[in-house]
Write a protein that binds this ligand. Sequence first.
Ligand code: KG4
Ligand code: ZN
Length: 356
Amino acid sequence: MWASLRVLGIESTCDETAAAVVEADSMGRGKILSNCVLSQIAEHAAFGGVVPEIAARAHVEALDPLIRRALAEADCRVEDLDAIAAAAGPGLIGGVMVGLITGKAIALAAHKPFVAVNHLEAHALTARLTDNIEFPYLLLLVSGGHSQLVAVNGVGDYQRLGSTVDDAVGEAFDKAAKLLGLPYPGGPRVEQAALGGDPARFDFPRPMAARRNPDFSFSGLKTAVRQEAERIAPLTNTDVADLCASFQAAAVDVIVDRCRAALRLLADSPKAPTALVAAGGVAANGAIRRALGRFCAETGLRLALPPPGLCSDNGAMIAWAGLERFRLGLVDGMDFAARPRWPLDARQDPRWHGKA
Ligand code: KG4
Ligand code: ZN
């Protein structure tokens, strides 16, 4: 039995400025009291990707009013909070510093404990907020910066089973979109275009298929899309739809095949997972969600798919991860440095203790 807790979470590692207040009741069940997200897509669209300097400046401008709004919507004063959490990495260092310093400043001024949160850990724990999932589970983390399969055994206890050897899956969606003339961010555009396309028209490669280690690779798939697009250019709308559908079908197959490989690796482990949790912006993709549903029906795993708004970057996931850590007494000092790189399993690595 826990005491009920309230935590403010701040996210600023990439191109979303976000602040949220999350509460856990005495049974440990989570509830989102507010979740304010301000996307910077418009600021970056003209450049076809996130510009770090623009992102950092936009976070500075947006964060204070956004935190005020998150507190107001939660009907909560700073004094009512039990802890302040901020993402301390991994991500674009300028943006990370904005959120981290703001979180520390609020904690210091209000005499509240401070929790430095790993952005990836926040994605990893979101399903415990939305679906009350128990450890251990298998995490598929697919975003613009990461493609990973992780055995989640407890708070702070993560075993990375596989990751990408080149592009992240979201990056592959974004690059495929760009070379087909679709605007940034490409993932949702590719999904939309694929709805009217023929997934069997182009037989694109399924990189890493059937490999034992659950690693990902997407650069070969991206190159195949580019070569095919160049071969049949100029592209009609039907061509673009068919290219998107065929690309997405390949990406879906790769993701399911890699989940299967991860499950095989863990099959004989005493911590064999009973659930599959998807997280990261790409987990908003409908075709991927449906394919994971079929995979779990076949393998008997419980499937937890947080709603799309909680799969992409948000403040609630930071607040929740902060709450889970705070509940275990895991608080951080004011000397906790921003970490542009911060592997999920680094908490167990003694070289990462304290400052980095
Ligand atoms: O987790 P996220 O919001 O930010 C980080 O990268 O941390 O993920 C953003 C990524 C982008 O690459 C975007 O194109 C992709 O997620 N994405 C999608 C979809 N929605 C967002 N990819 C495929 N289908 C979608 N519906
Ligand atoms: Zn993310």
